[in-house]
Ligand binder design. Sequence first.
Ligand SMILES: C[S@@+](CC[C@H](N)C(=O)[O-])C[C@H]1O[C@@H](n2cnc3c(N)ncnc32)[C@H](O)[C@@H]1O
Length: 453
Amino acid sequence: MDLEAQGIARLPQYKDNPGKVAFVQGALTGELVTYEVTREKNRFEKGKVQEIHEAAFFRKKPYCQWFGYCGGCSMQHIDMRTQIALKQRVLEDNLWHLGKVKAELLLRPIAGPQWHYRYRARLSVVNRSIKKGTVLVGFHEQKGAYVADMTSCEVLPKSVSELLIHLRNLMMSMSIRDRIPQIEVAVGERMAGENDLEGGGETIALVLRHLLDFTSEDLECLKKFSELHHVWIWGQSKGIESVLPIYPLTGSLFYKIPEFGVTLNFLPSDFTQVNPQMNQVLVGKAIQLLGLECGERVLDLFCGIGNFTLALATKVSEVLGIEGSKELTQRAQSNAHDNKLKNVSFKSADLFKVDKLALLSWGVSQRWLIDPPRDGAFEIVNTLAQIKKDALSEELLYLPKRIVYVSCNPATLARDAGVLVHQVGYELKQAGMINMFPHTSHVESIAVFDLKI
Ligand SMILES: C[S@@+](CC[C@H](N)C(=O)[O-])C[C@H]1O[C@@H](n2cnc3c(N)ncnc32)[C@H](O)[C@@H]1O
């Protein structure tokens, strides 16, 4: 199986056929299936399962009725243990094949709730056909560029899943409905109000990407929708800087990390981790793995709104968070202020353009946390390699003794690990996966590097 959960088989050799490789959608390891060929090439072919003659013991009945059609999930037909094992193997394979490194210790996979975990999503909007007069709101189909005709989703929070059908109706009522291609969903916690005896709950924010201005009737509909369904509606007419509230006009979303007693405010357009429960575990685990000691200074690279930075600041004497987006850096600063944390500072910098001068300007820190986007942190690890190569004793002090690297792409983690181990002199002590995105092929992982003495 590959990570998209396609079965891979080598066909038997016969006559002039050299034994092609077949990638079969819907087939699992060890199964005997009949499939329909959907694409044929000289050295490989692609296909789709027609009949399963012998099913794998780990095959499961998908929980969601849209599975196989909607492109949101690719692994619901595989039991959770096997999904996790598959992702763990992807991590190990990448580390070995791309980075030529092996972790001394593999961490036990970290897993959480399987359903209703996805607190951030991009839904597409499409006018089905002028004749049918309906609008679809949802994820893309698994194959093809169309939007799936889905009315529920098992990985979105229940409150958001229940909104899907109402969102169709809302879009239908918009005069500019063919100029609204996307709705971003961001969910935060809800403030316990005076009349809210249970407290907590969720606040849903919807950001409507619109290519034309809303009419006053449209705005009235949005206001009514917001009041009826208790959601916040925002609009985005151009780039990220144009994200503005429509109704209500004030307020920000927030989430808490109770283990560290911190609260983070964010706007619906800000980067936040998709799965808030696993995020709490991830922050705790990363901080535990950093092995902090009192009086140390820590760097948090790609710090976003301060997700790890604030928690770190409750444990050490000084933290510096560095982030590329000015808006996120400002949010991180105001989050530190709201949490009354004075030992933390932030800096805005492009971490894909790092040189030795920039790195030395960050100061000496014994421990670094790195949590880059999918592209990884190649420039940073290469700069560390440069410092090591130049071997100037006063610069070698800038190499942190421990790096904890949180990654959403095992391929770039493996590439960067290769540089850290083979060029800078780190040892890959531990690595493991966090099941941040159950039923999808996304692999989130964490790795610990120690500088060899
Ligand atoms: C995976 S997110 C992690 C954010 C944060 N650590 C968290 O847990 O919420 C990666 C972060 O890198 C930032 N980023 C993307 N490209 C960057 C760049 N070239 N330089 C610095 N930061 C960048 C993004 O804005 C985002 O906040």
